[in-house]
Design a binder for this molecule. Structure first.
Ligand code: ADP
Ligand code: MG
Length: 296
């Protein structure tokens, strides 16, 4: 394409709220045939709310919520804000927290009233030695419409015991269905990649018509998944909101950051979407194809 065509393409994109970093990014975009989407904050609103709170065994709802909220008060994860809002709504007051440890893709832990409290995935709970029987007892009590789970456990004399779990719902973004549909029309495959549970990922994938799903992925697994598609010879775009997604964005041929994302991702991304609309990905590919096909 001529410099004039590239400038025109970049200009059209900008008017749609698509900021393309350089000519190379615009050029690569017309060859994308696989788009990997992060789930939370990318295809969903990323504003989860608590739909259920299930204490385990003799733990009271109030005491398990207070411990969960204490730890989440130190986390920037979208689920943390939901836990605090819910605890507040239940009239729960939470103690202070110290020695916070963020475990990306797993959860967060901290010292509360002299014991270490963990809030995160079932997989992490298993790694910490929480018995399967405890997890499945609580899992059965969590409703289907709150498929994202945060498990709460604490250290009791060297053993990690389950206190309970929270179930969250997160609405799909308005443009999410069109995003996948438009890519299909352009003969581009969509993949869902998430740190969330399989059940939660399947729910979103089914609603949007995505057939390829990779769930329970830690941040480094996400970048390996992107690399895997590239090794198969595909030209891969990764779309994320930036939270924990920086390594996967960096591993893609073309990275798309949603404007609601963190600054880290914004700087790292080839293409920044100024509106949180995942359908802009297909639009970008379309603009790039027009730019590069006109000239040939
Ligand atoms: P996604 O890939 O959907 O953006 P993340 O990798 O950020 O998800 O998180 C994966 C999972 O880890 C969440 O679904 C949740 O179960 C757990 N998790 C991560 N951080 C927290 C936190 N601060 N509080 C509770 N759970 C968390
Ligand atoms: Mg995310």
């Amino acid at each position: 394409a001529t410099p004039t065509a590239i400038m025109a393409g970049t200009g059209v994109a900008a008017r749609h709220g698509i900021l393309i970093k350089d000519a190379q990014a615009l050029e690569l975009a017309h060859r994308i045939n696989t788009v990997v989407f992060d789930k939370t904050g990318t295809l969903t609103e990323g504003k989860p709310s608590v739909g259920a709170a299930v204490p385990f065994n003799s733990n009271s709802l109030h005491s398990f919520l207070a411990k969960a909220a204490a730890v989440e008060a130190g986390s920037a994860h979208p689920l943390a804000a939901a836990v605090l809002a819910y605890a507040q709504g239940q009239g729960v007051q939470w103690p202070g927290v110290s020695q916070l440890q963020d475990q990306p893709g797993r959860g967060v832990s901290g010292m509360v009233d002299g014991t270490r409290v963990y809030v995160g995935t079932a997989r992490w709970m298993r790694e910490l030695g929480v018995p399967e029987s405890a997890l499945s007892a609580v899992n059965q009590a969590l409703p289907d419409n709150a498929p994202t789970h945060a498990w709460v456990a604490e250290d009791q004399q060297g053993e990690v015991s389950l206190l309970g779990a929270l179930g969250f719902g997160d609405a799909l973004k308005a443009g999410a269905f069109a995003a996948v549909q438009n890519l299909t029309n352009l003969r581009v495959k969509s993949v869902l990649l998430t740190g969330d549970s399989r059940a939660s990922a399947q729910r979103v994938a089914q609603a949007l018509g995505i057939s390829e799903v990779q769930a329970e992925q830690l941040p480094h697994n996400k970048s390996e998944a992107v690399a895997h598609y590239r090794q198969q010879g595909q030209v891969v775009a990764m779309v994320g909101d930036g939270i924990n997604d920086a390594p996967a964005l960096a591993a893609a041929d073309v990275s798309f950051a949603m404007s609601s994302g963190t600054e880290v991702a914004m700087h790292a991304a080839d293409i920044t979407l100024m509106r949180p609309d995942p359908a802009l990905v297909a639009q970008t590919i379309d603009i790039s194809r027009r730019t590069y096909n006109k000239i040939k």
